[in-house]
Each structure stands twice: as C-alpha cells, then as structure tokens.
Design a protein. Structure first.
Length: 231
C-alpha cells in the first residue's frame, strides 16, 4: 500500500497551484477521449435515460466505521466511438493519464508508481459480459415503473436486436475517479459533495440511434455531482 500513498501524494502536489479540487475541471482527473469521435445524438439519448432513471448512488466509509451515503444530483453524459479495440482504448487511457501528469511536472521516477496506482485503483481489467443482459419485457417493465417514457426508443431497439444479442458477448471495462481522493480538508469529515467521473468502454456496442450492433468501441464519459444524503 505504500506505493499507492506515494502516488496519491504526488497527485495532490501536482494539482494546479492555488486551486482546490472542486475548481479543477473533470477532464483534468480523467481526460475525454480525444482519439475518438463524439456522438451528439447518442449522447443525448444516454443523457435522457440518466435524467429519467437517476444517476449514481454511493456508500463510502469516510469516518472510521461509519458509512456516508451520496447520490448524484447532476449528470453530464457524453458518448464517443472509435474503431480502436477495447484493449487499445485501455492502453490509450493509461497514456493520456500519464501524459497529463508528466505535463504538470511529475518526476520521471514516480511514473511507475503512478501507473501501478492506475492499475490498482482507477482503470479496471477488461471483462466479458453478455450483451443480452435481460429479457426485453423485464426491461420495459422496469423503465415504465421508473417513469422513463422517453427511454422507450432504446427499449424498442433492444427488443429488435435481442435475437442477435443473445449470441453475443462484449468486452468492457470501467475507469472511475473522484475528487474526494484529492480534496484538501482540515478534518477527517466526509465532504458534503464531490465530483465523480466514470468512463465505461464497450466493444461491440449497441448504437440506439441507428439501432444496430457495431463492432467498434463505445466510450461513455459521465460526470456526476454527488451530494450527501441527509438522514
């Protein structure tokens, strides 16, 4: 665990001088994928789904054995696509994160420690998952109960593609970073709010705009503003 503590200390040192973590844009914690193409219609559909069914919930042990609950009150969702494989995207993200820290002046000898920190704490390993995650009727029922009427287009697309999806697996991984790691606090109290960045990478993926299964890679870059759930 010592190398992780060193890496975290390095990250705090190289945050922009004179700024608190809350003033640092999300892209400085996790860069947007400048190697991929932004998809506005796809992004709007994903944004609408998140707005309807809710974003993220977290329960975090911040103060000893006491857990603190958070929920997202704002979400910004952007979708990018690329012909690069999921493996190549993962390596690209390692490169982007290390390059950003180098640009801020991190010592060369700290790079291996930082890469290990990313491997252990930030960028997950690639896993395989079935693309047909649930029966269409079950998903439709869930969305209707949640009042997610504008998400019905996605459900109808999923229903259309379901026979094809039943025989497919996709390869996926997550990147997750939140500013709590780098907030400078005078006490051990949990923060009232923080920004959480989640990047989900999938290959192949469903394109809900054209209602097709695409063999490329989709990168969903989501930024959540998390606030404490008052008891």
């Amino acid at each position: 665990m010592a190398h992780l503590c060193i890496s975290l200390s390095i990250l705090v040192i190289f945050l922009p001088i004179g700024k608190t973590a809350a003033q640092v844009p999300p892209e400085q914690f996790v860069p947007v994928p400048d190697f991929a193409e932004y998809q506005p219609e796809f992004s709007q559909m994903m944004q609408a789904m998140i707005d309807e069914i809710g974003g993220r919930e977290e329960e975090i042990g911040e103060t000893g054995m006491e857990f603190v609950s958070y929920e997202s009150v704002e979400a910004d969702v952007r979708v990018y696509t690329t012909s690069l494989s999921v493996d190549e995207v993962r390596e690209k993200y390692f490169g982007l994160l290390i390059e950003d820290l180098r640009a801020q002046g991190i010592p060369a000898e700290a790079i291996p420690q930082f890469k290990q920190f990313l491997e252990d704490e930030v960028i997950e390993a690639i896993e395989s998952e079935p693309m047909a995650s649930a029966e269409p009727d079950m998903l439709e029922s869930y969305f209707r109960e949640a009042g997610a009427e504008t998400s019905m287009h996605w459900i109808e697309c999923y229903r259309t593609l379901y026979p094809e999806l039943q025989n497919k697996m996709n390869r996926t991984f997550l990147i997750e970073m939140d500013e709590r790691r780098f907030q400078r606090r005078d006490t051990g109290d949990a923060p009232k709010e923080f920004t959480l960045i989640e990047v989900e990478v999938q290959q192949p993926y469903i394109d809900p705009v054209r209602c097709t299964v695409e063999n490329g890679t989709a990168i969903t870059y989501s930024v959540y503003r998390m606030v404490v759930v008052e008891e």
